[in-house]
Design a protein around this ligand. Structure first.
Ligand SMILES: NC(=O)c1ccc[n+]([C@@H]2O[C@H](COP(=O)([O-])OP(=O)(O)OC[C@H]3O[C@@H](n4cnc5c(N)ncnc54)[C@H](O)[C@@H]3O)[C@@H](O)[C@H]2O)c1
Ligand SMILES: [Zn+2]
Length: 367
């Protein structure tokens, strides 16, 4: 097991990464100072696959442990599920001294974290993320929340976990598309901050895709460190934290333009990065060799669902509806070179739209 410390002024916490950690969860958390049993929040899928290992370990350390099961999928990240969680917590006699253990992917982490942020005005929570995306991204940074009809993640809070426990072993049961989706976020971390991570990914991709423990541990730690560093220096998203949105402005638009049905989030981001790389090259911000190298790495992860059926009008609609766009000042993240990101403000809307039209017409093959 390796430990990474997230340094936040008053609320630092450890991220533990290792193979088979779930079986030690109880002991690790007891050593961290927890003495009561947590309320575990999870969905049925993850409970069926890995619930027994976790529960046995928690029961050994804390005795009887309550589980709240929620529906599986983004469509359950709603206030209705949140109310279900509150109700079941009251029924289980949870109070201010209780704490939550979020066991699952980003959906469970976001909603269980928001329940922890709001139940009795805030109780502690621990994350045990079980998707690659959750281990490298959503479990770090303290953003928690739910979706509403008006949009995704529009209701939420900042609530930092007391610890994050990432077992690389659970990723073996993850569907390949979900694994790839998380991997695109890892590539993003390398692209904005670490050429070294990019080189590692280029070299070890087959081992990573076959879920070899050592390689997974390496990339999870590297990506988590990058996100944690960026977040620690800009906890509430004033400036630097924006670089984590590389590929996300266009990525969100690809997701929204297809009704959030065609692409996994990471796949949208992969297309968003490819588009940003192509546009950056066109603007003369990055040379052809570097941008082609990154596109090659992104494409070598697997086949992306095609963007052929998307019209530029639909895509543009989604672009300008994005909450980050609405100030009228269009900001985009570009790379100077692999491992180095740059925030650009005042991106020209009409040339961006022209570029997107060309990008779509090429099927995303401008590079
Ligand atoms: N808070 C943040 O900073 C942040 C950052 C990025 C994403 N997110 C949020 O994260 C969510 C996406 O998270 P996700 O990609 O983890 O999706 P997810 O939580 O829906 O998990 C994907 C699927 O994999 C299943 N699963 C989970 N672990 C598994 C395992 N080990 N084996 C087999 N199946 C498993 C889940 O049940 C689900 O069906 C979105 O709601 C997004 O908004 C939040
Ligand atoms: Zn993302």
């Amino acid at each position: 097991m390796k430990t990474l410390h997230v340094n936040l002024s008053d609320r630092g916490y450890p991220i533990w990464v290792g193979e088979g950690l779930l079986a030690d969860a109880g002991a690790l958390l007891a050593r961290r100072g927890f003495s009561l049993a947590p309320v575990v929040i999870a969905n049925r899928t993850i409970m069926r696959l890995h619930g027994e290992t976790l529960m046995r370990s928690l029961q050994r350390a804390f005795g009887r442990t309550e589980i709240i099961r929620i529906g599986d999928g983004e469509r359950f990240k709603t206030h209705a599920t949140l109310l279900q969680i509150y109700r079941e917590m009251f029924r289980a006699h949870a109070d201010r001294r209780s704490w939550i253990l979020a066991f699952g992917g980003g959906v469970v982490g976001d909603i269980a974290g928001f329940a922890a942020a709001t139940f009795m005005r805030g109780i502690p929570f621990v994350m045990a993320p079980t998707t690659l995306l959750a281990q490298v991204d959503s479990s770090i940074g303290g953003k928690v929340g739910i979706n509403v009809a008006e949009g995704k993640n529009l209701i939420g809070a900042f609530h930092q976990p007391a610890a994050v426990l990432s077992d690389t072993g659970v990723l073996k049961t993850l569907p390949k598309r979900e694994l790839a989706s998380g991997l695109y976020e890892v590539i993003k971390c390398g692209a904005i901050r670490s050429e070294r991570l990019l080189r590692y990914l280029e070299k070890k991709l087959p081992e990573i895709l076959s879920c070899r423990a050592a390689e997974l541990q390496h990339i999870i730690l590297a990506a988590a460190r990058i996100k944690a560093d960026v977040v620690a220096s800009d906890e509430r998203e004033g400036g630097l934290r924006m670089i984590l949105n590389f590929g996300h402005t266009a990525g969100h638009a690809f997701e929204a333009a297809t009704g959030y049905r065609k692409f996994k989030h990471g796949e949208g981001v992969a297309w968003g990065m490819i588009a940003a790389l192509a546009y950056g090259r066109e603007l003369g911000l990055m040379n052809t060799r570097d941008s082609a190298r990154l596109v090659r790495l992104i494409r070598s992860v697997g086949r992306l669902p095609s963007i052929n059926a998307i019209s530029v009008d639909t895509l543009w609609e989604s672009f300008i509806r994005d909450k980050k766009f609405q100030s009228g000042d269009i900001r985009m993240i570009f790379l100077r070179r692999p491992g180095e990101a740059e925030i650009h403000t005042g991106v020209d809307a009409s040339s961006l739209r022209r570029f997107l039209k060309k990008f779509l017409a090429s099927g995303g093959n401008l590079i």
